[in-house]
Design a protein around this ligand. Structure first.
Ligand code: CP
Ligand code: NVA
Length: 348
């Protein structure tokens, strides 16, 4: 074990409900102040000057790479991208050795890995905070950006023009976990994957109901289901999780319909089988109509998107939040660096 044990962000499960909400609110506040010309707060300006943040990515990335490099630069630090052929990341050197050496020279490590156990291993031996930039189980930086997007779009306090809040909003009111989203309903139509797992944990913590439709055989694994239930148990006003197989039933009364790729990184050899299993799961106008989604339902997807997952009409139409969601990765990364690196894991 390292003499200094930093706090890491490996999953939304690592955060209390109020810490999670604070991260989302900080991301929102930083976005607002930069967009209005005020700039980042003095506590963040130059906060990483003279420091390097390593970005060890064993898989390719557009959004996570650009947002994390951009966030480090915004705080005055030097982002150092280390791709799979650049360093010995679990190849020719143990993760233990890489972790000890790397973390002795940098302020933090963003790590994109295959198996989640790799990022756990890196974090266990690192003397600097490790931020999970996607593993096969979790994508916490995506979830912070997704809740920022939901907060901006659906929370009456954030957006005066947002549709009036449903009656359940009171459920999460006056708690530290209040993002103004209590009683909102999200529908996830597609694969039960890494992006969904952290989204579901975040929803449980912030009083947002989530209904999931997956084809038979592609459900949430039991250990993750238990983790979502544990997240709900610690929440002051938990969101409810429901699971089913019929997409139309799942989208009933939904405020937002989500999906993601049906073939995540590392599952490429299952592609043909998966495309067959997910037939009928494409998100379309008809699905929303047939299932009785709210009139103004919105669409979210972490990207990259493939046409079989969502029709062009929905993806490029006025329901889409995907561009804002992608941009919000930058504000989420800034909030994560602030919390885990600048403030050394103190989130309040
Ligand atoms: N959403 C997301 O993480 O995209 P990238 O794989 O391009 O980083
Ligand atoms: N579920 C996808 C997310 C990509 C950002 C994957 O793991 O490939």
């Amino acid at each position: 074990a390292s003499p200094f044990a930093p706090r890491h962000l490996l999953s939304i499960a690592d955060l209390t409900p109020s810490e999670f909400a604070t991260l989302v609110r900080s991301a929102y506040a930083h976005k607002q102040s930069v967009k209005t010309g005020e700039g980042l707060p003095p506590s963040l300006r130059g906060a990483l000057a003279g420091q390097t943040v390593a970005m060890t990515f064993s898989k390719r990335s557009t959004r996570t790479r650009v947002s994390s490099e951009g966030a480090v630069a915004a705080l005055g630090g030097n982002p150092m991208f280390l791709g799979r052929d650049d360093i010995q990341l679990g190849v020719n050197e143990s993760l233990h050795d890489t972790s000890v050496v790397l973390s002795s020279m940098v302020a933090a490590i963003f790590a994109r890995v295959g198996p989640h156990s790799d990022v756990v291993d890196l974090a266990r031996h690192a003397s600097a905070p490790v931020l999970n930039a996607l593993s096969d189980l979790y994508h916490p930086l995506q979830t912070i950006a997704d809740f920022l997007t939901l907060h901006e779009t659906l929370a009456p306090s954030a957006t005066p023009s947002a549709a009036s809040a449903p009656s359940g909003t009171a459920r999460a009111a006056s708690t530290g976990a209040n993002l103004g989203l209590g009683g909102r309903k999200l529908a996830w139509v597609g694969d039960a994957n890494n992006v969904l797992f952290d989204l579901a944990i975040g929803a449980a913590k912030t009083g947002v109901d989530l209904v999931i439709a997956t084809p038979p055989g592609y459900e949430i694994p039991q250990p993750i289901r238990e983790q979502i239930a544990a997240a709900a148990a610690e929440a002051p006003a938990p969101g409810k999780l429901s699971e089913m197989q019929d997409p139309a039933e799942a989208v009933s009364a939904a405020d937002v319909i989500f999906t993601d790729t049906w073939v995540s990184m590392g599952q490429e050899e299952e592609k043909v089988k998966r495309l067959r299993a997910f037939e009928g799961f494409q998100v379309t106008e008809e699905m929303g109509r047939k299932g009785g989604a709210k009139d103004g339902w919105k669409f979210m997807h972490c990207l990259p998107r493939h046409p079989e997952e969502v029709s062009d009409e929905v993806f490029y139409g006025n329901r889409t939040l995907v561009w804002k969601e992608a941009e919000n990765r930058l504000w989420a990364a800034i909030a994560a660096l602030e919390a885990f690196v600048v403030n050394k894991g103190k989130i309040e």
